[in-house]
Design a protein around this ligand. Structure first.
Ligand code: ADP
Ligand code: MG
Length: 350
């Protein structure tokens, strides 16, 4: 081979190598960084964390263990299904007994009591005796509605004003017979706490989902907005009814009467109970989806608006500028009613 041929060959090789580099670079640019998923079970449902591959230097098994520790802490504080949780200790305390609270519990209880005040008791974290009586608590399901006397007895025990709460000193006092139930808000709080853990690890793009209540961090790894599917509110269905494009990091929670309920005669009884009547709500509302900055707010509002119903709840939400989607079902007709704040987001349905 002559030296000219050598040169030509070398040039060709370098050119080919350069081309290859460029192609790889282009591929890297066009292929979105992949999402990786961590998942497990908690609070009777699934948990899922999605984050960009390589988003953190922390090994994934370590991150998973830390997420599980956060979820464990929430359950150890607020699960009415656990014998040894803080909430169970309070629920079983004698009249006059004070129970010390961890910081997170104080925050959640303060939010729940503020909402009870704002909704004049439609939302009430002391609704527990009614929840249990109707078969939606740790005592297990029932198939027939309870007797009116039993409802009256349980209702007499409900009343958030009876609770002595000292947030600064971090304790509550059991007045006797009061039973706290924070199931309507604990899942949202758990989502927020897991998200804070991710932020602590300097992760800037993620989605945390516990049983459909979720919160996003940043944008998707490819820079596009996170898309949220809202389920079709039909028992057993996982079909998506609407898609929301989140313009900024937000939390989404849905409270539905279509998944946790029992039927008796021509009526369905769901796990959303009106503490004022002592009976599960009976309006045509099948699901309420709320968008808020924190999942704690979204989760609590979803339950509260579910009690208030599509009319009163709608006015309530609109006056407060909340982004809410109500889905009602009447005579097999499914209707969507969105507040103005939600409409601007729903406009983004593809
Ligand atoms: P999910 O079961 O998907 O978490 P929610 O967030 O709507 O649904 O929470 C429902 C739970 O809220 C019920 O199982 C019950 O424990 C509690 N709950 C029911 N009615 C009320 C109410 N009026 N105020 C506060 N909590 C309630
Ligand atoms: Mg809720």
């Amino acid at each position: 081979m002559t030296s000219v041929e050598h040169l030509r060959r070398a040039r060709l090789l370098i050119g080919a190598a350069l081309c290859l580099c460029l192609l790889t670079l282009l591929a890297a640019c066009s292929r979105p960084p992949q999402l990786q998923t961590l998942e497990g079970r908690t609070m009777g449902t699934y948990w899922q964390v999605r984050l960009a591959a390589g988003a953190t230097g922390t090994p994934l098994p370590v991150l998973r263990a830390e997420i599980e520790a956060v979820l464990e802490a929430v359950n150890a504080e607020m699960s009415t299904y656990r014998e040894d949780s803080v909430i169970t200790r309070f629920n079983r305390a004698e009249a006059g007994e004070a129970v010390d609270l961890p910081e997170g519990f104080v925050r959640v209880l303060a939010a729940a009591l503020a909402l009870a005040d704002q909704t004049e008791g439609a939302y009430d974290p002391t609704v527990g005796p009614l929840v249990n009586l109707w078969g939606f608590g740790p005592d297990g399901l029932r198939e027939v509605p309870p007797e009116p006397e039993a409802i009256e007895q349980a209702r007499a025990r409900v009343g958030w004003q009876r609770l002595t709460f000292e947030p600064a000193q971090r304790y509550i006092v059991q007045p006797g017979g009061l039973y706290l139930d924070l199931s309507s808000i604990a899942k949202g709080d758990a989502v927020d706490r897991v998200l804070e853990l991710l932020q602590h690890h300097r992760i800037d793009s993620a989605m945390v989902d516990i049983g459909g209540d979720l919160r996003t961090l940043g944008q998707r790894p490819d820079g596009s907005p996170w898309r949220i599917g809202i389920e079709r509110p039909v028992p057993g269905s996982r079909e998506v009814q609407s898609v929301l494009l989140l313009p900024r990091p937000l939390a989404v929670a849905t409270s539905g009467s279509y998944r946790n309920f029992f039927e008796h005669g021509a009526r369905a009884f769901s796990h959303t109970i009106d503490p004022r009547s002592g009976v599960p709500v009976q309006h045509a509302l099948v699901s309420v989806t709320v968008l808020a900055d924190t999942c704690l707010e979204a989760d609590a509002w979803a339950t509260a608006l579910g009690v208030l119903g599509p009319e009163k709840g709608f006015d309530f939400a609109r006056q407060r500028g909340l982004a809410v989607l109500f889905i009602t079902a009447d005579a097999d007709q499914v209707r969507e009613i969105a507040t103005p704040a939600m409409q601007s987001l729903l406009g983004a349905i593809p």
